[in-house]
Design a protein around this ligand. Structure first.
Ligand SMILES: Nc1nc2c(c(=O)[nH]1)N[C@H]1C(S)=C(S)[C@@H](COP(=O)(O)O)O[C@H]1N2
Ligand SMILES: [Mo]
Length: 220
């Protein structure tokens, strides 16, 4: 007996699932009213400043690896090809840097952190995430912030491969926190049961960094 119906895992079904995921974002559960879009003390910029420790590691796609470990059921060690074979999601989001510039409508493409969590399955006692980068930079987040529905491991910006100066091959993007939480040149994601403050977090910056609460410095 033949069956003319689409099998449940057809290419079309997968595309529709992807559109639904993107649409869910576009209909704006996260979108704020326009008058609250720019956080307090921020100003808009049209260009995209480069800010980092100045080491700017040059990691080719061939040399790049992503290591996911710690309080997870399944550790991950992906090559570039394995990373790119994961589900792809596109998000448009705003950047808010603690140095007071904001940049609207950045088009990102990559692996949604929610899909990474599906792949690595954090253990029940996992509460925090530490990001480790190829330049030695580190930053930390509560697991819920890392899991935000518009957070992703981005390899593409405005339809082009993410430039080295902005963290290519792959950087984290967590739009609802100040941009220092969005680690460039991502190398390793560590799931933790206890918090581990990162590079700026031990140098006077706020542990969480919510721009709308102006959580800039550790006393704020
Ligand atoms: N690996 C790494 N990631 C990093 C940094 C860094 O020095 N190294 N700086 C952070 C800071 S302070 C900011 S403001 C943003 C800047 O990203 P951009 O250069 O793409 O604007 O990257 C963040 N991620
Ligand atoms: Mo920054």
């Amino acid at each position: 007996m033949t069956d003319d119906h689409e099998p449940p895992d057809s290419k079309l079904t997968r595309s529709k699932q992807r559109w639904a995921r993107e649409g869910k974002f576009l209909t704006g559960r996260i979108t704020r009213p326009e008058e609250q879009r720019l956080p307090p003390g921020q100003h808009l910029t049209a260009d995209w400043p480069v800010l980092d420790l100045g080491l700017m590691p040059n990691i080719s796609q061939e040399r790049w690896r992503l290591d996911v470990h710690g309080a997870v059921e399944r550790t991950i060690y992906w090559t570039w090809q394995q990373f790119m074979a994961q589900p792809q999601t596109q998000f448009v989001s705003d950047i808010h840097c603690v140095t007071t510039w904001s940049r609207y409508d950045n088009q990102w493409k990559g692996l949604a952190t929610s899909d990474l969590l599906t792949a690595c399955q954090p253990r029940e006692d996992a509460r925090f995430v530490a990001l480790h980068s190829y330049d030695g930079y580190t930053t930390n987040l509560p697991l819920e912030d890392f899991a935000a529905e518009d957070a992703l491991l981005a390899h593409n910006w405005s339809g082009k491969p993410l430039e080295q100066e902005h963290g290519g091959p792959v950087r984290l993007v967590v739009p609802h926190l100040y941009f220092w939480k969005s680690a460039k040149w991502l190398q390793r994601i560590e799931f933790l049961t206890e918090d581990a403050p990162g590079f700026w977090e031990v140098r006077g910056y706020h542990n969480r960094g919510d721009p709308w609460a102006e959580q800039r410095y550790s006393g704020d």
